[in-house]
Design a protein around this ligand. Structure first.
Ligand SMILES: C[S@@+](CC[C@H](N)C(=O)[O-])C[C@H]1O[C@@H](n2cnc3c(N)ncnc32)[C@H](O)[C@@H]1O
Length: 208
């Protein structure tokens, strides 16, 4: 399946990364998918399209994001949400009248799958402890990039891994966010999990 951009911004800009990502999902065929760090919802929409092809109505996508810049969130890295392309600025400001980095806009992008989708606005450091992780069989970790946040996110994924699920982390070796790699390496070592570093050090896949 081709990864579509839906006129928005995404982490998975390069074809080799988005193709690898969708192929991984196709191989694992998860029914309960969690994405930590949804941003504009482009990956979310692609995941839902693929899970619908595989399972029809029988899947769940849960997405979690701060969905706003605020004093409280200022220690987290939030990608630049402005577009270089002026047409996209105009489209969202005057036609959609939406901020693409908002819960409302992402719900709108995913409305085709509204019965399968649950989006949560909040900080993963507070929200993940309220989620029943025992049901989830695939997690895409792409939220906060500092060491403590990644470590918190991964610690909440232990149950998923122990129940034979997959945790795929983005930005394993990012020069400006070294905490991602440090947290993943420590987490894998401390728990004796298997970890594969894939796509030129871009992703870390953690399994039992
Ligand atoms: C790199 S973007 C995610 C990109 C998205 N996965 C994609 O494929 O297009 C990182 C996102 O994580 C969110 N984020 C950062 N810190 C977070 C936290 N502590 N809890 C939840 N979301 C967080 C940011 O708001 C941002 O939208």
């Amino acid at each position: 399946m081709k990864y579509k951009k839906y006129f928005r911004k995404t982490s998975l800009k390069q074809k080799k990364h988005s193709e690898f990502f969708l192929n991984e999902i196709l191989k694992k065929k998860p029914k309960y998918f969690l994405e930590i760090g949804v941003f504009h919802g482009v990956t979310a929409r692609n995941v839902c399209e693929l899970l619908y092809k595989i399972h029809k109505e029988d899947f769940k996508y849960i997405g979690l994001d701060l969905f706003e810049k605020s004093e409280e969130n200022k220690s987290e890295i939030i990608p630049n949400t402005d577009f270089k392309n002026p047409l996209k600025q105009i489209y969202f400001k005057y036609i959609k009248r939406q901020d693409p980095y908002s819960l409302e806009a992402v719900n709108n992008l995913l409305k085709k799958f509204k019965d399968n989708v649950h989006l949560i606005k909040g900080n993963s450091n507070l929200i993940l402890k309220k989620i029943d992780m025992g049901k989830i069989d695939f997690v895409f970790v792409d939220g906060g990039h500092d060491y403590n946040t990644v470590m918190n996110d991964l610690n909440h994924c232990k149950e998923v891994i122990n129940l034979n699920g997959t945790v795929l982390c983005d930005d394993y070796n990012l020069s400006y966010a070294p905490g991602v790699k440090r947290a993943i390496d420590e987490f894998v070592k401390n728990n004796n999990f298997k970890c594969e570093i894939i796509c030129e050090n871009r992703f870390a896949k953690i399994e039992k």
